[in-house]
Design a protein around this ligand. Sequence first.
Ligand SMILES: *[C@@H]1O[C@H](CO)[C@@H](O)[C@H](O)[C@H]1NC(C)=O
Ligand SMILES: *[C@@H]1O[C@H](CO)[C@@H](O)[C@H](O)[C@H]1NC(C)=O
Ligand SMILES: *[C@@H]1O[C@H](CO)[C@@H](O)[C@H](O)[C@H]1NC(C)=O
Length: 241
Amino acid sequence: MVPRIAALLLSGVALLQNVQAQTVPVTDLVGTWSSKSNSTLTGDGFYDPVNEKFTEPKHTGISYSFTADGFYESAYYRAIANPVSPKCPKGIIQWQHGSFEKLANGSLVLKPIKVDGRQLYSDPCQYKNAIYTRYNTTDHFKQYTVAMDGYRKTVQRLDLYGQDGAPLMPLYLAYSPPKMLPTTTLNPLVTETAKAGKVKRGDMPLSYGTQLNRNTKVMADQWWWFGVFLTASGGVLYLFF
Ligand SMILES: *[C@@H]1O[C@H](CO)[C@@H](O)[C@H](O)[C@H]1NC(C)=O
Ligand SMILES: *[C@@H]1O[C@H](CO)[C@@H](O)[C@H](O)[C@H]1NC(C)=O
Ligand SMILES: *[C@@H]1O[C@H](CO)[C@@H](O)[C@H](O)[C@H]1NC(C)=O
């Protein structure tokens, strides 16, 4: 009996070690990182989940935030040049959050909360309105490096390398601790695929203050959010104070 228990205990230890061997804790990633223009930044200034609303940054760019306890948030704002008709640039805004892991081989896996991601897609010559949908994609980075930037010696620089080994644009530390929305699921009540919302467009590829029609669903979400604010821990509070 005793050897059996010992064996069980041992296998439990082995299991634990196995799990630990696969994911590596990270501290060097903690913070909000943004590409050179430093105007696309994660957080409530980019995406407002209560009103289902994006705020278009001044310049295109990307931003990632990471926490020490394994959460991430990403913000993308990209213009897609159209070489055939230069007057028809397309624009894309994407927001996601979820959890991430650093694997033993140094690669990163970013797993979004699938119901929470959002995309605003604008193709002015194709569609009169920008198209607002749910969006999710798992990010895999082969490796990353954090170092002092060669030029601006006072700022930390993060390089993320895609699956194929190609680097993304360099990211610079904008905030530490990171500026993020709550890391919990924001839209658990919505189960159908996101409706394509019709939104008004401004002069830029994407419009300012795009907004979905409010309906009962959104109201329900707002009440849920109210609950989040009441129950959330200190991690949320520093977002607002
Ligand atoms: C995630 O994205 C895939 C591919 O676009 C889609 O088929 C799926 O429905 C999405 N999941 C959710 C929960 O929105
Ligand atoms: C790292 O390990 C993961 C999980 O075993 C694997 O899927 C991935 O391809 C590996 N990446 C590299 C760059 O070897
Ligand atoms: C980016 O912008 C934020 C907020 O405006 C500022 O605090 C930070 O210092 C900027 N970072 C860089 C590298 O310019």
